[in-house]
Design a protein around this ligand. Structure first.
Ligand code: BES
Ligand code: MN
Ligand code: ZN
Length: 490
């Protein structure tokens, strides 16, 4: 059983107090001796020796009450669950951290406990590819404990959302962690079709020929160097058959980015299998809203291809034409993300969308600007920015607004075409966003550059979160779901 403590508390109350009494003051002893202080994610384990019908008691710290938020719950739940797993526990019962004293709604708190538990237990194990060692230690059941039966319905409702969101985040992590010879564009399309079949969504997948019919010259210019078949995926969720303007999500689906003819250096190129993290986040969000039965119209678009060098590949200096007729001079074939997004954004306008949000590992420059802690957001509208900011904060995926000013356009201006795809080093993530802006017209649009936040390592300078494991973070899924749940259209 998992109970909790805020930092600085000397007399445990609520469920923690009740367990302490049953254990004859054992938790107070830990406090009195300074063994625990309620620091966030710090845990202590007690053995009740029959005093209560649980084999172990874990006390987890929630940190200072002033700094308490849903992400503290998520983190504490993950820390406690890992402690339990490492001790060999298979089933857990946890109180709903923050549902009482923390001031969160019970639904919100229950959601965060479930998310933290599942995300904290996540491991990337690709069956048949990477046999994971030590799989015998895993927690397989979580029970949420609430004393007041009148509140159970709210706990259950929150837990259901948490389950949908967490499992979808794990789907996104799996897709991005898988090697590029497994997570191909075809596999992304099959994943979308699987989601469509499970949750009664509509799904259309264009192959190379159909892309050509749609005049998707920018996407095709990236795909032309690849032998692996590219796919353009359209997934539509509309449970009530609404004819209102939809919310359109767009995810960058470069299943491997070699840089093309503008070849990347050897160092850490294997990480570029994660260059479809935006696509993974969008597919994850679609699975989550499907599982939740969100009664709103949402469309996901995923342009998916490898970016490879070959005799058929695009060259720097080539001029191509995107779906909307805009001509592009290719400066670097490594600035491929903005090209495939250009056609996807132009395609999105067919829906006369209420809003468009794209998610992409677009630039190394955003990693330089913001590091690994915050996602850079470019937004054409304040309401959309605010929705993303709030959802990101609640999700534990903090965001920072970046400038989207036309003055940067000088850097992507060329005498040979309407625009060029490279704007040089200064403000590299801004000029990438300005490039995208040429394809979204006047619609409410936001671009999330997740190149700094999609991947996690254990050591500095990465955030320390007990629900992260090495590899893809699943960033974007929870933020997008939060935005869509709060959105009043559709
Ligand atoms: N996929 C990369 C961006 C990236 C870098 C993602 C590091 C994750 C980690 C993108 O396609 C790219 O190569 N961008 C170039 C753009 C430049 C050539 C204008 C970059 O950032 O260097
Ligand atoms: Mn690239
Ligand atoms: Zn890329």
């Amino acid at each position: 059983i998992v109970v909790n403590l805020f930092q600085g508390v000397t007399e445990p109350g609520g469920a923690t107090g009740a367990v302490d009494k049953a254990l004859d003051g054992a938790i107070r002893d830990l406090l009195a001796n300074g063994d625990i202080r309620g620091d966030l994610n710090k845990t202590a384990m007690l053995y009740p020796r029959g005093a209560i019908p649980a084999r172990r008691v874990i006390v987890v710290g929630l940190g200072p009450e002033e700094k308490f938020d849903p992400d503290a719950v998520r983190q504490a739940a993950a820390a406690a669950t890992r402690k339990a797993r490492d001790a060999g526990a298979h089933s857990l019962a946890s109180i709903v951290h923050g549902g009482g004293r923390g001031g969160l709604s019970l639904a919100e708190a229950a959601q965060a406990v479930v998310e933290g538990t599942i995300l904290g237990l996540y491991r990337y194990d690709a069956p048949g590819v990477i046999p994971w060692k030590g799989a015998e230690r895993q927690v397989d059941s979580l029970t949420l404990v609430e004393f007041d039966t009148a509140k159970l319905a709210e706990v259950e409702a929150g837990a259901k959302v948490g389950l949908a969101v967490a499992e979808s985040t794990c789907l996104a992590r799996d897709l991005a962690n898988q090697p590029a010879n497994v997570a191909t564009p075809t596999r992304l399309a099959e994943t979308a079709q699987g989601i469509a079949a499970e949750y009664a969504m509509a799904c259309q997948v264009f192959d190379r020929e159909q892309m050509a019919e749609q005049k998707m010259g920018a996407l095709l210019s990236v795909a032309q160097g690849a032998v692996e078949p590219p796919k353009f995926i359209v997934l539509e969720h509309n449970p009530d058959g609404s004819e209102h303007a939809p919310f359109v999500l767009v995810g960058k689906g470069i299943t491997f980015d070699t840089g093309g003819i503008s070849l990347k250096p050897v160092k850490q190129m294997e990480r570029m299998r994660g260059d479809m993290s935006g696509a993974a986040a969008v597919l994850g969000a679609m699975q989550a809203i499907g599982a939740m039965g969100l009664p709103k119209r949402v469309v996901a678009l995923v342009p998916a291809t490898e970016n490879m060098p070959s005799g058929a590949a695009t060259r720097p200096g080539d001029i191509i034409t995107a779906m909307n007729g805009v001509t592009i001079e290719i400066i670097s074939t490594d600035a491929e993300g903005r090209l495939i997004l250009a056609d996807a954004l132009a395609y999105a306008l067919r829906y006369e969308p209420a809003a468009v949000v794209d998610v992409a590992t677009l630039t190394g420059a955003i990693e330089v600007a913001l590091g690994h802690y915050m996602t850079g957001v470019y937004a054409s509208d304040d309401w959309l920015w605010e929705a993303i900011q709030v959802a990101g904060e609640t999700a534990g995926e903090p965001t920072w607004r970046m400038p989207l000013r036309p003055m940067y356009d000088r850097q992507i201006t060329t005498p040979f075409a309407d625009v060029k795809n490279g704007g040089g080093r200064p403000g590299g993530s801004v000029t990438a966003a300005r490039f995208l802006a040429k394809f979204v017209g006047q619609h409410a649009w936001a671009h999330l550059d997740i190149a700094g936040t999609n991947w996690w390592e254990r050591d500095l300078p990465y955030p320390k979160k007990p629900y992260y494991v090495r590899g893809n973070t699943g960033v974007g899924v929870r933020t997008l779901v939060g935005v869509l749940r709060g959105w009043e259209g559709g």
